[in-house]
Design a protein around this ligand. Structure first.
Ligand SMILES: [Zn+2]
Length: 340
């Protein structure tokens, strides 16, 4: 008995002096003291040879020793254990960290924004969940207006007055309501329409709309602003044509085409062999819209336009399926790594 207690003291000293800095040392220690045939187990088995009156004291001593041995092992933190298990060569080069790329939609948006910023337009963003008034009524689209069908809308079942905006014109309404004139702003953002997803259409896409309101603004200002944009965006040789159109919120309204810069107007699949590509809708802001937003339509006039970003991005980068723009496939996105 005395002999065993002396051995315990001796082993404690050995444990204290043991170094556990490498994986081999750790494993050797675990086997010698804590393993199934280790010293802790072996000493515990001596209990059966101890007289009943001594059992309590002897048991306490052995328990204390067991905890002492375990604490030493557990005291080596798990990360130390891990690094001890794995020899690291610090002289090797590290793994390069992955850098992302700008999304083609963002690249095109940035370019469009910078062109308009150069001629004094500022950027305003607004909420993607809108109420019916900002998205439709204020824009001369009262309930039951047939043109509401032109934009199949996602309504939010929790509140029938809420919807996912179908255009960023709702942001135009918000800034007009603020009443700070003159007004010269662009409105980039994501919009939603309940369309069947295909290679050419998606249920969400991006727009940049613009609005200019001041005294004596005319259709000539609209044309000159958009001419400037097209030349900066697609090159000095690109031609422009306006076709009369209808939008409830502008009067007169037009759609603007640019000569196909893919085939130089010779005819290709992008321009459907017409030599022209439609890029935006525009017009003079309808007086009803100005009035709805608290602007004096007798004194002020303005123009507005709206264009999709996806189509331009697809043309510029030769993308034939709109769905790849939202699939987050890095094999696609990596191709834009060096594009600024
Ligand atoms: Zn073409």
């Amino acid at each position: 008995m005395q002999e065993i207690l002396e051995k315990v003291d001796q082993l404690k000293k050995e444990i204290q002096d043991t170094s556990l800095s490498t994986s081999e040392e750790l494993e050797k220690y675990r086997i010698r003291f804590l393993g199934t045939k280790g010293l802790v187990k072996e000493l515990m088995s001596e209990m059966k040879n101890v007289s009943n009156e001594m059992k309590k004291d002897f048991g306490a001593k052995l328990n204390e020793f067991k905890i002492f041995a375990e604490t030493k092992y557990e005291g080596v933190s798990s990360t130390d254990k891990e690094s001890a298990n794995e020899a690291i060569d610090y002289s090797l080069p590290g793994f390069p960290s992955e850098t992302g790329s700008r999304h083609p939609i963002q690249l095109v948006m940035n370019k469009m924004i910078s062109i308009f910023e150069k001629i004094g337009f500022t950027v305003t963003e607004g909420p993607e969940i809108e109420d019916d008034w900002h998205n439709f009524n204020a824009l001369n689209l009262p309930e039951n207006h047939p043109a509401r069908d032109m934009q199949d809308t996602f309504y939010i079942s929790k509140n029938p007055d809420w919807l996912l905006r179908t255009h960023t014109s709702s942001v135009q309404v918000r800034v007009m309501k603020e009443g700070k004139l003159p007004l010269r702003q662009i409105f980039p953002g994501r919009v939603y329409r309940n369309e069947t997803v295909s290679a050419r259409a998606h249920c969400f896409f991006h727009q940049i709309e613009g609005l200019y309101i001041d005294e004596k603004v005319s259709f000539a200002d609209l044309k000159q602003t958009l001419y400037y944009f097209v030349k900066e965006m697609f090159g000095a040789d690109v031609k422009v044509r306006f076709r009369p159109s209808y939008f409830p919120f502008t009067e007169p309204s037009a759609e603007m085409d640019v000569s196909c810069f893919i085939c130089a107007s010779k005819g290709c699949t992008v321009c459907k062999h017409t030599g022209w590509v439609e890029i935006l809708g525009c017009g003079m802001v309808h007086p009803n819209v100005l009035t709805n937003c608290g602007i004096d339509a007798e004194k002020y006039s303005g123009f507005a336009w709206g264009m999709g970003v996806e189509r331009t991005a697809m043309m510029q980068y030769g993308i034939t399926d709109i769905r790849v723009l939202s699939e987050n496939d890095t094999r696609f996105l990596d191709q834009f790594k060096n594009v600024v």
